[in-house]
Design a protein around this ligand. Structure first.
Ligand SMILES: [Zn+2]
Length: 271
């Protein structure tokens, strides 16, 4: 398939969480030309900035390489709970992560967190690696990007021990009460295309409770494409559907919503 997306959004978009290093964006995959065709097309349209998140030392390096190639791309680097190698030396990994975090285009430590849906790594090991990376974020005064899948309670228990670490809760799917607690602690909430899904009525109620100076949007591409592209490969241009749905839920114009989300992301990632 040729990438011929015609952006309708007239407003600058900031994708706060993406994975353009994913193999689905390789040249031979679903989109002709892959990421090297997609990214220039997006940047010539409404998309101004993308934060590409790594999940292990290898994909972190790929994220940094993308950030070096495209002025509009910044990187987050961290060890995702599903990518933990329980046999790896945690301190050696932290030393390697420290080197990656020192790159000028790396703006956050992530994605890190807990994943109790896949549960591939023992939960105690996931918690240990999350705590160790939160300590590193505190030491380096860096914001974090949190991945939470079916682990809301344990994540909040752990974050409570690091009150000085601030972050982005990415592709938010927890409760309104957790959103409120995070906002009170200075955190940002990022919503993905999931808010456009028909079965996301509970999440739709939470969106407008997040103050407009704390909300961000993201793709988490290639996953989580918004309606009407649900199930297809996702990309940052499709955020216009997510933005339109969020604006509708807040009862404001798409322009106003995009301006808030854009300014919040710029502030959070220090761009
Ligand atoms: Zn992600």
């Amino acid at each position: 398939m040729k990438f011929d997306f015609e952006p309708k959004s007239a407003y600058p978009l900031f994708d706060s969480h993406a994975h353009y290093n994913d193999s689905r964006f390789d040249a031979c995959a679903e989109i002709e030309g892959g990421r090297e065709a997609v990214l220039p097309a997006l940047f010539s349209g409404a998309v101004k900035y993308i934060v590409n998140a790594g999940t292990n030392l290898k994909t972190n390096a790929e994220s940094i390489a993308l950030a070096e190639k495209y002025p509009g791309i910044y990187a987050a680097v961290g060890i995702h709970p599903e990518d933990i190698d329980p046999a790896a030396d945690i301190e050696e990994t932290m030393d390697a992560l420290r080197v990656q975090l020192a790159h000028p285009k790396v703006r956050a430590l992530g994605e890190i967190g807990l994943d109790y849906y896949w549960d591939n790594v023992p939960r105690e090991v996931q918690k240990l690696w999350l705590r160790r990376q939160l300590e590193l974020a505190r030491e380096l005064s860096m914001p974090v990007v949190i991945h939470d899948r079916d682990a809301h309670g344990d994540i909040m228990d752990i974050l409570r021990d690091y009150p000085d670490v601030k972050g982005e809760f990415h592709s938010f799917s927890a409760s309104g009460e957790i959103a409120r607690q995070l906002v009170n602690r200075g955190w940002y909430i990022s919503f993905s295309g999931v808010i456009t899904f028909k079965n996301a009525s509970r999440l739709a109620e939470i969106v407008p409770t997040v103050p407009l100076d704390r909300v961000m949007i993201e793709t988490d591409c290639p996953y989580l494409a918004p309606v009407p592209y649900r199930g297809k490969i996702n990309h940052s241009g499709l955020m216009e559907y997510t933005a339109a749905r969020a604006a509708e839920l807040y009862g404001i114009t798409v322009e106003a919503f995009c301006r808030h989300a854009f300014e919040n992301s710029v502030r959070f990632f220090g761009i």
